[in-house]
Design a protein around this ligand. Structure first.
Ligand code: XIL
Length: 311
């Protein structure tokens, strides 16, 4: 039986997964983690609060552990993430503009530079728009102004000339006001020579509510010369799960997979963990869950076969 990644690779794409340190320490979980997937994203270990909790005091033990696991299993890596309004220490948030810019430059050159030979993608800027399509009112925007996005891409490119540099967000999987905002932003940044290579559609979706414009949306970004990745896929439901919801979820996973497979520039799909045992959904969306293709006991759900069929 070929793995999900082998099926995707036969079509020139990858199939990946996100993981945290406690998950790679779970031997039963780690077995499938290391074998079924060809790419890995650290779920938390490369965020600013993990890598530079105090100014100038970098901590790479967690990130290194994920990188070592991936390399031991022949997996490529997506770095996640450099500039985000969450999981960034308060010491950063409270800096005045000139010092914040210096801290960003030091952070990006240190973190990206450290993993220059190991990482193939970086989510440089994460979730910079709100759902209305306005730039998110974050400490980044308030302190640095909107150039913080372009500046972060230039800093990342200076630290790693080869990594593919991504914007990444949720609720931009289909065509809507928010993905329109990205479509405009990307055209402006590319015209200004900002080194952006890709757009990450996080893919935090809801069973029965997959936008019907995912393929069209992927295609329009591809037509701008970008690559596209589905970076954090999970498809949640109201708990408890039942056969009807699991069947709909399978159909939904199949549809998203097919949308990526249909566009040459869609380079791959990453699940945000592979089993319900380690999904972030129940802690953030109360009453919802069962969002991944394997259940809490690491048994494949109907969605698993549907993904295989779509690859
Ligand atoms: C989530 C992690 O999975 C959780 O463990 C953490 O507590 C919060 O962040 N969008 C992103 C990811 O870009 O970084 C988030 O990951 C999920 C939403």
């Amino acid at each position: 039986e070929p793995t999900l990644h082998e099926l995707a690779a036969a079509q020139g794409k990858y199939f990946g997964v996100a993981a945290d340190n406690n998950e790679i320490a779970d031997a039963a979980y780690a077995e499938t983690l290391g074998s079924e997937f060809g790419w890995m994203t650290p779920g938390n270990a490369m965020k600013w609060d993990a890598t530079e909790p105090q100014q100038g005091e970098f901590a790479f033990d967690r990130a290194d552990e994920i990188v070592a696991f991936a390399e031991a299993n022949g997996q490529k890596l997506r770095g996640h993430t450099l500039i985000w309004h969450n999981q960034t220490p308060t010491w950063v948030q409270e800096l005045p503009a000139d010092q914040m810019q210096a801290a960003v430059d030091e952070h990006i050159s240190t973190v990206v530079g450290r993993y220059e030979d190991q990482l193939d993608h970086w989510d440089v800027a994460n979730e910079v728009y709100d759902d209305s399509g306005a730039l998110r009112d974050s400490f980044w925007l308030r302190t640095l102004g909107e150039d913080y996005i372009a500046d972060a891409f230039h800093a990342a490119r200076a630290a790693d000339p080869d990594a593919k540099l991504y914007l990444n967000d949720y609720n931009i999987d289909g065509i809507n006001a928010k993905s329109d905002a990205y479509y405009e932003l990307v055209q402006r940044l590319l015209a200004e020579g900002v080194p952006i290579d890709g757009i990450g559609l996080q893919g935090h979706l809801i069973v029965g509510q997959i936008p019907d414009t995912v393929q069209e949306n992927i295609q329009r970004f591809a037509d701008l010369g970008l690559e596209v990745a589905i970076t954090e896929l999970d498809i949640r439901m109201e708990l408890p799960a039942d056969d009807a919801k699991l069947a709909q979820q399978a159909e939904d996973y199949g549809a998203v997979t097919e949308a990526c497979m249909a566009v040459t520039e869609c380079v791959g799909i990453t699940l945000w963990a592979y089993s319900d045992k380690y999904s972030w959904i129940p802690s953030v969306f109360p009453g919802q869950g069962a969002a991944l293709p394997w259940d809490e006991n690491l048994q494949p759900k109907p969605a698993y076969q549907a993904i295989r069929d779509a690859l």
